[in-house]
Each structure stands twice: as structure tokens, then as C-alpha cells.
Write a protein that binds this ligand. Sequence first.
Ligand code: C2E
Ligand code: CA
Ligand code: CA
Ligand code: CA
Length: 277
Amino acid sequence: VKTQGRQGYCFYAPEMSQRSAASQRIENVLRHALAHNELALQYQPMVDAQHRHIVGAEALLRLYVDGKEVFTPDQFIPVAEDTGLIVSIGTWALREACRQARTWQREGHPISISVNVSPLQFQYAGFCERLDTILNETGLDPGLLELELTERTMMSGGDGTIRLLRRIRQRGVRLSLDDFGTGYNSLSYLKHFPVDALKIDRAFVRDITHDAETAAITSAIIAMARSLNKDVIAEGVETEMQSAFLREAGCSHMQGFLFGAPMAAEKFEERLGANRG
Ligand code: C2E
Ligand code: CA
Ligand code: CA
Ligand code: CA
């Protein structure tokens, strides 16, 4: 084993093999979960900024091992992406989310459902056909489905991206630009890609009430998006102060622990029941 420099740490090999052992373990768990129905979705309320009514939900993947959540999405999604498993997992999530939203619609709660789409899933030939199949199978009104795409996802589509986005929108499905502001191209993406909404990343929301520059940038993003007729969803809203700032700045929708953490479908239904009044 080689040592390097003053700190005398080992050559990279041990750390690397450790990391790949961890991701190997996650890969095994993912394959097992896919085969045995151990993936689940949780739903986080999306509220309108004015009245705080639940108008939608974001579907977020959870992975269970013996009934426990051992890995977070930030741990297992990258592995799913590296191994290509994200295509099956993402398709499962899309179908399950649409099925759930259709059920809620039937029960008198026509809320929208937002589903995250990974680059590989988006690039994969036949994305639109698969989307059509799922919409047909579940019978969900396409206008109730919103796909969340990050800059990374948009980039992965190459020259065909705009055409693909248009095809998706032709079905009435809405598109939002997720994690807005964290990439390099956010502003130009907003101009070039036909999206309906943008989601301001939690990193901005976190700092708006104690950092004047972040507050100014966030206000400017919201104003600009509104002038382009886009909806603006703020994510990661945790405090009343953040909520008040964002509402006054013109945000149309909000999501965050202040309004509800991601929760199981049954729990979400209870919230919808209370929503009705
Ligand atoms: P994201 O799409 O940006 O999702 C928002 C994340 O912020 C979620 O983490 C959510 O639980 C968390 N969050 C929501 N409100 C708050 C808040 O007020 N405070 C804080 N601190 N956090 C909040 P989660 O569920 O752990 O998911 C992490 C990421 O994993 C997601 O980030 C998304 O990129 C990815 N992911 C989750 N589900 C899927 C999926 O079905 N498909 C794909 N491709 N990616 C997914
Ligand atoms: Ca998202
Ligand atoms: Ca996000
Ligand atoms: Ca994020």
C-alpha cells in the first residue's frame, strides 16, 4: 500500500473498493426491491401560495429493506442511474404515481401529480410511447400529470430535446424545470425549452430570510419567470417567514415541511379530506 505526502493516507484503492462495495450492495437491494415490490412512493403536498390549499403532490421514491428505509434517494438514485436500473424504476414510479392520482381524481380530488424523470429515462428510446401506455392504462387525465426535469435531464436529450418536450406537451402533460438555479444554464434553459413551470431550489429558499443577495436573486427569478408566464414553485419551504417572502415575491406554489413532509398515500388522503372544506 502506497502512502502519500505528509498525511500519510493510503493510496486511493481501499476507499474506492469500499465505495463500490456500498454501491454494489445498493444495486442488489434495488434489484431485489424491483422484483419483490419493495419500492414505494411518498407524496408531498404542493400548495397554492395564496390559500395554502393542496393543489398537487410530488411523488418521491422510497426503498424499503425489511420494512425499514436503509437508503435515502440521494444514495440509491445515483446507483440506479449508474446501473441503468433507473429506467425500470422510473417507469414503475411513473405508473404508480399516475395510478394513485387517478384514484384520488375518482374520489373527488383532482390534484396534479409531479414525477421526477432521470436523464437516462428521458433519453431512453420510446419515452413518449411508454408515457402514452401509462396514461392509457391508468386513465389519468394528462393535464394532471407534471414531469419534473432537471437541467441535467434536459442536457442529456441533446438535439432532440426540444422536439421530445413538445411531443410530451402535446399530450397535455405539464413540464417543470426542477432544482432551478443550481445549474449553469438555468436562465437560457428557461428561454429555450418549452416548460410550464420552474421549481426554485431549496438552496435559495433556505437563505432568503437572512441573506439579502439571495433574496434579491430569488425575487428577480420569480419576477422573470412570471413575465414569461411560467408558474413558480418554491421547494423546501420550512418557515412562515420564507413563505411570506415567497408569496409577496409572486411565487404561485409552495412545497416544504411547513406544509407537509413526504408521506404515505393513506396519510396524504387524510390531508386531502381536510382540504375539502
Ligand atoms: P428533489 O426532486 O429536489 O425532491 C425534493 C427533496 O427535498 C425530497 O427529498 C424532499 O423530501 C425534500 N424536501 C421537501 N421539502 C423539504 C423541506 O422543507 N426541507 C428539506 N430539508 N427537505 C425537503 P427526497 O425525497 O430525499 O429525494 C431526494 C432526491 O431524489 C429528489 O430531489 C430527486 O432528485 C430524487 N428522487 C426522488 N424520487 C425520485 C424518482 O421517483 N425519480 C427520480 N429520477 N428521482 C427521484
Ligand atoms: Ca423534484
Ligand atoms: Ca427539486
Ligand atoms: Ca434537489
